[in-house]
Design a protein around this ligand. Structure first.
Ligand code: SF4
Length: 558
């Protein structure tokens, strides 16, 4: 059901520009609709971006359970584990142990692409949906037997290198021991088989599932192959999922600069690349939330430093390339990176000047992912647009406020639910890639390592909002008050936003668009947004509530 927007307050009616609106008053008006207890809770997630002191911003509450009854953007733990992290890997059979509904609706819900030609056996299982399809009988008598049969069948037909099994809610509730089944089948079949306890109810959001998936890869896969590959500057790309082909063009750009990607976690990925990833010199983090702990663990165990980068937006891409070159401190790489940037920026600047004539000053809102709502603001800035409100569906406080808040984040029972691994130096493979003192100081050639400032410092102070796990009601009110030119979110919000007569850009799967990463992708994005915003079709849309403002209903027994 779509919530009908309430009438505007007199205060909102009298404002002629969004800059005349006092964000605190707007927030108060929106919260007033909730019962007092709900309003108190939601107020902590809905903050006006402003500084509290030199270093800190107003704190935001994140990573706590959605209030029942509120329509949320979030996905479940299983969706994060199976769909987001493991889904984009082409040569693993990802087998859902559970009802077919969980399996089917987590099948290719994101447009991850892959290139099987670079894998020796050419395996690509991403187009299949594997599930044990448990039914009443297994819910009553247990599903372990059916799971063993399913693993055997998948092995007999496809001969994969690896099978992973995902527990859904009913499996956790009936208590099937997927780990003993996978151990037994691994012994029997002689390939890597392991399970993820990622029951949907296990965490606050899909973020818990990312953590379970990453821990599984770290324990069972990373470090299995010590082959040292050719290449001067070897990196892993962490938190990049190749939606719409983003990883392909990042890879192309890196090749032009002379940088080699050993493994991407987990877009365009393969089991062999994961197994060899501990041989890279540097880890680059795109989506901070989905993977920052893997970078920490790889540093601890193998001595690989990490830094945060962003390849969305031409300016951010140039800055990230310069950061990587500076880290290595090799003049040859620094010069090559500058040449590539100069070459690519010619077309970028031409496109920016063109779209700015039609887009300058327009407003955008974005509520997506665990770094995307931050990263995409760069692209909108480059078009001369202003992001008025942004937020995440599964972020934690550090993704908004920066990693300096980590010590002040309370560890609650939901966080304790997800296993934290005890990591030690690998006795034979630990090899610090930079001098130990630089590792300790977390700085190399003036480049800060192991840090991320979060989204808030990059948003305009006093006028803009960070909104965590935005509800449908808040979404509709913000649209009604600010009338943004475009709204970015996922499939669940798509049609509700379009009914307001405005374009909605999906940033989880891009619909049919992309790639949008690096310089070439930035140009694609500018023209896609230009086309969407300036299409005349939105002016012809009438939402149902504009014609029939009230829906009346009766109870059947009335
Ligand atoms: S919440 Fe549970 S039942 Fe629902 S999709 Fe996730 S795993 Fe399946």
């Amino acid at each position: 059901m779509t919530v009908m927007p309430d009438k505007k307050t007199e205060y909102e009616e009298s404002a002629t520009s969004w800059r005349e609106l006092d964000p605190e008053e707007v927030k108060k008006g929106i919260m007033a609709k909730y019962p007092p207890k709900v309003a108190r809770k939601r107020s902590k997630h809905f903050v006006v971006n402003k500084k509290k002191d030199e270093q800190s911003y107003e704190p935001i509450q994140a990573n706590v359970r959605t209030i029942p009854g509120i329509i949320s953007q979030r996905g479940c733990c299983y969706a994060g584990c199976k769909g987001v992290v493991m889904g984009p890997t082409r040569d693993i059979i990802n087998l859902t142990h559970g009802p077919i509904g969980c399996g089917f609706y987590s099948w290719l819900t994101r447009r991850n692409q892959t290139d099987p030609s670079t894998t020796p056996d050419g395996h690509n299982f991403m187009t299949y949906c594997f599930s044990t399809d448990i039914e009443d009988k297994e819910v009553i008598f247990g599903g372990e037997k059916k799971l063993k049969q399913a693993i055997q069948e998948a092995f007999d037909i496809f001969k994969p290198k690896m099978i992973s099994v995902f527990s859904t809610c009913p499996i956790g509730l009936i208590g099937d021991d997927i780990h003993s089944v996978t151990r037994e089948m691994q012994e029997k079949l002689g390939i890597t088989i392991f399970g993820f306890s990622c029951e949907g109810y296990k965490g606050v959001s899909q973020s818990a599932g990312h953590h379970v998936a990453n821990n599984g890869l770290f324990m069972h896969v990373i470090g299995q192959d010590d082959t040292v590959q050719e290449g001067e500057y070897k990196v892993n790309l962490l938190g990049e999922y190749n939606i719409g082909g983003d990883e392909f063009i990042i890879d192309e750009l890196f090749e032009k600069c002379g940088i080699k990607i050993i493994s991407t976690f987990s877009g365009n990925s393969s089991v062999d690349h994961f197994r060899n990833s501990h041989t890279a010199d540097l880890n680059l983090i795109m989506c901070h939330r989905s993977i920052n702990y893997v970078a920490d663990m790889m540093e601890e165990k193998y001595g690989i430093p990490w830094m945060k980068i962003n390849f969305l937006g031409a300016k951010s891409t140039a800055a990230s390339l310069r950061k990587i070159a500076q880290y290595y401190g090799d003049q040859k790489l620094i010069d090559r990176v500058e040449e590539v940037i100069a070459e690519e920026m010619v077309d970028v600047e031409k496109a920016q000047a063109d779209v700015q004539t039609r887009l300058k000053g327009k407003l955008a809102m974005m509520f997506v992912g665990g770094s995307r709502a931050h990263h995409y603001q760069e692209l909108f800035n480059e078009m001369g647009m202003q992001t008025i409100a942004a937020g995440y569906e599964f972020a934690h406080r550090d993704d908004y406020e920066g990693r300096h808040v980590l010590p002040s984040i309370t560890v609650d029972s939901d966080s304790r639910n997800i296993e934290e691994l005890d990591v030690e130096k690998d006795p034979t493979r630990y090899n610090p890639r930079i001098p130990e003192d630089e590792m300790e100081q977390e700085e190399r050639h003036g480049i800060k390592l192991k840090t991320y400032d979060g989204m808030m410092p990059d948003m305009e102070e006093n006028f803009t909002y960070s909104i965590d796990d935005i509800s449908q009601y808040e979404t509709e009110k913000m649209i009604e008050i600010y009338k943004p030119a475009i709204f970015c979110a996922g499939i669940k919000e798509k049609y509700m936003v379009q009914k307001h007569g405005m374009p909605m850009k999906q940033l989880h799967s891009y619909d049919s668009g992309g790639p949008y990463a690096v310089f070439k992708g930035a140009i694609n994005f500018y023209y896609e947004i230009d086309r969407m915003i300036n299409s005349k079709v939105w002016g012809h849309i009438r939402a149902p509530w504009e014609e029939n403002p009230e829906l009346a209903a009766m109870y059947a027994n009335e």
